[in-house]
Design a binder for this molecule. Structure first.
Ligand SMILES: *Cc1c(COP(=O)(O)O)cnc(C)c1O
Length: 338
């Protein structure tokens, strides 16, 4: 198998076109003393863009191959994944069922009505809710129960699993993205990416390794601390390597996650994250989202401060999108910083 064909045997639905732009951030580059580039995966196009478009190409390709007419997916209330899945389903002429989990405590009313929630309603998806945010198995079981009902009505449901005991098809989208980035910029010193479920981080790292690229890949923890995320990444990479029929150990040795930007926890805005979000907007005119990309930029600023990223290095940050969530975080962003 040649390197370029590593993804060929997986069914893929085309949801986006072309490589996403790789933009140089001139003002931030001079301010930080590095050569900083932004890979614009916020501009993947479909239904407000973001990283999930790439991941869904492989899930929906599989769903289409199985003759599905309805997809079911679970996520946080302001999940970009469920919004993107509903948009992808619409584009491919399928129905969607979205299950929203209570994962972020103490949020204001707009968290439940604006941003991704609003967009998913416009997309016409069926909605369910799940009272727990840290129960992947339970959330999957609830989706399966709904899928069984749909099946008994003659529909053909397809469940997109986010749990670790299923093949990480979504990560294949980031294997492709890693290869795409290597073609755009073969000589980066470091790449920095959010690390949540790990599909983006794991896929990107794998795609770049397949291309024999030597850049360091930093994953910024957005949901679990460094230790837990490292364990998770090792599992994700094992599953992904199995799927691709390659060796996992060289990939696992490249896992490098940092969690300085994680507190106070998933989906919660700290002063550090808010400052990063505002800095990107006020220096480059580019918006980041409060849950993922602003934490990633906060992590990048930390690496520059500690000199783990050195002056003059060529650095790529992956902008994974998530912008609709900004409108679910109105109160947190308008509060006086403390
Ligand atoms: C889901 C998401 C992430 C995290 O990606 P994983 O593949 O789950 O690690 C990062 N950024 C945005 C905007 C997301 O929606």
């Amino acid at each position: 198998m040649t390197q370029k064909s590593i993804l060929d045997r997986f069914p893929r639905a085309q949801l986006m076109t072309g490589p996403t732009p790789l933009d140089r951030l001139d003002r931030l580059s001079s301010e930080l003393g590095i050569d900083l580039w932004l890979k614009r995966d916020d501009l993947t196009g479909l239904g407000f863009g973001g990283n999930k478009t790439r991941q869904l190409e492989f899930y929906l390709g599989d769903a289409q191959e199985q003759g599905a007419d309805t997809i079911l997916i679970t996520g946080a209330v302001q999940s970009n994944y469920v919004r993107s899945a509903a948009a992808a389903a619409a584009k491919l002429g399928m129905q969607s069922v979205l299950q929203l989990e209570e994962r972020v405590p103490d949020m204001g009313g707009e968290y439940y009505s604006s941003g991704n929630v609003l967009l998913a309603k416009i997309l016409g998806a069926e909605h369910m809710s799940y009272p727990e945010g840290e129960d992947e198995a339970g959330a999957d079981a609830a989706l399966h129960a709904r899928a069984a009902e749909l099946k008994s009505q003659g529909r053909k449901p397809y469940v997109i699993h986010l749990g670790l005991n299923h093949p990480p098809l979504g990560a294949l989208g980031y294997v492709a993205a890693g290869q795409e980035l290597c073609r755009q910029m073969p000589d980066a010193d470091a790449v920095i990416v959010p690390s949540g479920s790990g599909a983006t981080h794991g896929g990107l790292l794998t795609g770049m390794a397949v291309e024999e690229n030597a850049a360091s890949v930093f994953g910024v923890c957005v949901r679990r601390d460094r230790e837990k995320q490292t364990t998770r990444m090792n599992t994700v990479l094992q599953k992904l390597a199995d799927l691709l029929d390659i060796d996992a150990a060289p990939l696992q040795s490249k896992v490098n996650v940092l969690d300085e930007a994680l507190p106070p926890g998933y989906g919660k805005l700290s002063g550090m994250t808010r400052a990063a979000l505002e800095k990107m907007a006020r220096t480059e005119g580019i918006f980041l989202d409060p849950v993922y990309s602003a934490k990633t930029f906060a992590g990048l600023l930390h690496l520059v401060n500690t000199r783990e990223i050195q002056p003059g290095q060529k650095v790529v940050m992956i902008h994974t999108g998530g912008l609709p969530a900004l409108f679910g975080y109105q109160s947190a962003l308008l509060d006086d910083p403390t």
